[in-house]
Write a protein of this length. Structure first.
Length: 363
């Protein structure tokens, strides 16, 4: 039995090539990346990571370094479910979601990577395997782009191999959103998968008004029309908005997803492997979705997420997120005619260039 000997946590700031904007987070010039490296008594290492938008990364890194590491050292690295439960209850009183599950996520991802490395199997096969080719969409973070730049970005996405695109909505004047969506639909043509993301901007009545205004444009889904805390309001939007509703990047526990699904507050569960409790949490949400006959999508960290969706028969499009790490990954995800292919490398197969990242002090 190999036991966990070392847990290393690092915090980095990753600059974005372009300034990105959505309706709630404001201007984003960079993001904080929290990495975890777990080494066992056989000398094998697994790597995991999570991220935060604008703020909060130091809290996540400190939770891992000061608290979760004590749950791990000396324990069997293969007993991931037991370790997950240990971490959950270690931080339950201090969090129960949010920073807690982001911290657990990074560790869980590293533990699964460690098993994949040692068994020399890619995670999507360890998870059961379905189809390594996963349909993928380009997630634009482009609310304040001038219209010409928005359409130019769409052309860039097409040239990169994408065959589905998501754009941001939630401007101060709904008429501007409608005009921009209309322009994108005309530019992309009928039948092209187009999604919009409001990033929780609207209240329920505003969301219903926007949903009705978008009906002529054949949207694949509307994402996060209102805050996730309003389960009843989200259910009203699903029932009366006449659109598929994707949500879940701000649901951080399987219990959050269970309530949303049971109350029909979303139609496409959208977990984020980096804040739902890692692969362990993501797979439990995937099982909930399948049991309720719902298609599964995803949010963020696409280089990691692809393994979960490659093992899910009910998946739909995976998001290729605007917060990419291509510059720091040895073999970044490639898009070909609308699909990405899960790698056959052991574990998750993401090899980070730690020397190229800019370290921050978590203290």
């Amino acid at each position: 039995m190999a036991v966990i000997e070392r847990v290393r946590t690092d915090l980095y700031r990753v600059p974005l090539a372009n300034h990105l904007t959505d309706s709630t987070h404001g201007v984003m010039m960079d993001f904080e990346l929290i990495t975890v490296r777990i080494e066992d008594s056989d000398g094998a290492t697994g790597v995991g990571y999570t991220y935060t938008v604008n703020h909060g990364g130091a809290a996540v890194a400190t939770m891992i370094e000061k608290d979760l590491s004590t749950c791990l050292i000396g324990k069997d690295a293969d007993q991931i479910e037991r370790l997950w439960q240990d971490m959950w209850w270690c931080l339950h009183y201090a969090g129960r979601g949010g920073h807690q599950t982001s911290a657990i996520s990074a560790v869980d991802i590293a533990l699964w990577d460690l098993i994949g490395v040692k068994t020399r199997m890619p995670l999507w096969k360890l998870f059961g395997g379905y189809d390594p080719r996963v349909p993928v969409y380009a997630g634009g973070i482009d609310l304040e782009f001038p219209l010409a730049r928005l359409l130019e970005q769409a052309d860039e996405f097409l040239a990169q191999g994408f065959r589905a695109i998501k754009m941001k909505v939630g401007r101060a004047d709904l008429r501007e959103d409608v005009a921009r969506v209309a322009a994108m639909r005309e530019h992309l043509g009928e039948g092209f998968p187009l999604m919009v993301d409001a990033n929780m901007k609207w209240n329920v009545d505003e969301a219903l008004r926007a949903s009705r205004a978008f009906l002529p444009f054949d949207l694949t889904w509307i994402e996060e029309p209102t805050i996730p805390d309003d389960v009843v309001g989200n259910a009203r939007i699903v029932a009366h908005g006449q659109h598929a509703i994707a949500a879940g990047e701000n649901l951080h526990t399987i219990y959050d997803f269970a309530q949303a699904i049971e109350r029909s507050a979303l139609t496409l569960p959208e977990p984020d492997v980096s804040n739902i409790g890692g692969y362990t949490g993501f797979r439990k949400v995937a099982a909930l979705a399948e049991a309720h006959n719902l298609s599964l999508t995803s949010h963020g960290v696409h280089d990691l997420t692809i393994h979960s969706l490659a093992a899910a028969p009910h998946r739909t499009f995976m998001e290729a997120h605007g917060f990419g790490l291509d510059e720091f990954i040895a073999q970044p995800m490639q898009i070909t005619d609308g699909y990405a292919t899960a790698p056959d490398r052991p574990g998750h197969g993401v090899e980070l260039d730690f020397t190229g990242l800019t370290a921050l002090d978590a203290a």
